[in-house]
Design a protein around this ligand. Sequence first.
Ligand code: DAH
Length: 339
Amino acid sequence: MEELLKELSKRAEEEILKAKSLQEIESLRVKYLGKKGELTQILRGMGSLSPEERPVIGQLANDVREKIENMILERREKIAKEEKERKIKEEYIDITMPGKPYKYGHKHPITLVMDEIKRIFLGLGFSIAEGPEVELAYYNFEALNTPEDHPARDLQDTFYITSDILLRTQTSPVQVRTMEKTKPPIRVISPGRVYRSDDIDATHSPVFHQMEGLVVDEGITMGDLKGVLNVFAKKFFGESTRTKFRPHFFPFTEPSAEMDVSCFACGGKGCRVCGYTGWIEILGAGMVHPNVLRMSGIDPEKYTGFAFGLGIDRIAMLKYGIEDLRLLFENDMRFIEQF
Ligand code: DAH
């Protein structure tokens, strides 16, 4: 029996030292010290011992039990400590680590161009006027001296909602809305989206952007128009920029003109950007037609005015060397982030 107890003690010691988890320890405790454990099994045989042997074996058995109990206790503490340390290590937060960088929003090239143009005109004393994108045909056409049979009114060019309501094809209706509401002197610009029933390709989109300009006061002349637009061209494209006004036709201005700027890429020598002409067309303009003033409630005998309309998308493409208009509408961040 003594042998059995010593063997048991040794085996228990080895196994306990090898245990790696609290669970393992617990099952070893049951295995050796439990009610049906090995120690109990051995002690069952006590009855067959002689009275002299009994206290000796009894003492030994108690020692073995105590030893195993202590070992289990120790091992358990050690494992618990290790587990705690492992957990602490695992959950350690390095507060000196740099944070994740925020991804900031990014201005679209159209917005950049609009902001820059607005800045220039605000600096010249203009303010910003707004008008609806879903517009009455009256403001988009009639009030702009564009009669019923004008080709621009064709279904092919205009998105009609009803026969009277449409998506504005130009920012020019804001001129009329402004003149109806405000007495001269008027000095406004009006940037915004416009719509035309065009198929999408590298230079056409059913939605694009314009910026309208309108000045009405006593004694406004074509000289004022040229002066203001020259200042704008130099501020936007660079001080050495020259301008050229070509006669043109718009129903709502008389006389009308288109303005070209000397090519900012080649300075006018001729290159790919300007199609080897040295000039780039950027806007339409003219003196506000007396009919338009009259219909908007302004006396054309007393007041005169000039107006202009810029194509924002085209200017953005020229300025940033963008070759396909569609890129401006796809909103691919890889593209937008380049500006
Ligand atoms: N609304 C014209 C267009 O979409 C552009 C324009 C031309 C506006 C002359 C004007 C202007 O104000 O005077 O083609």
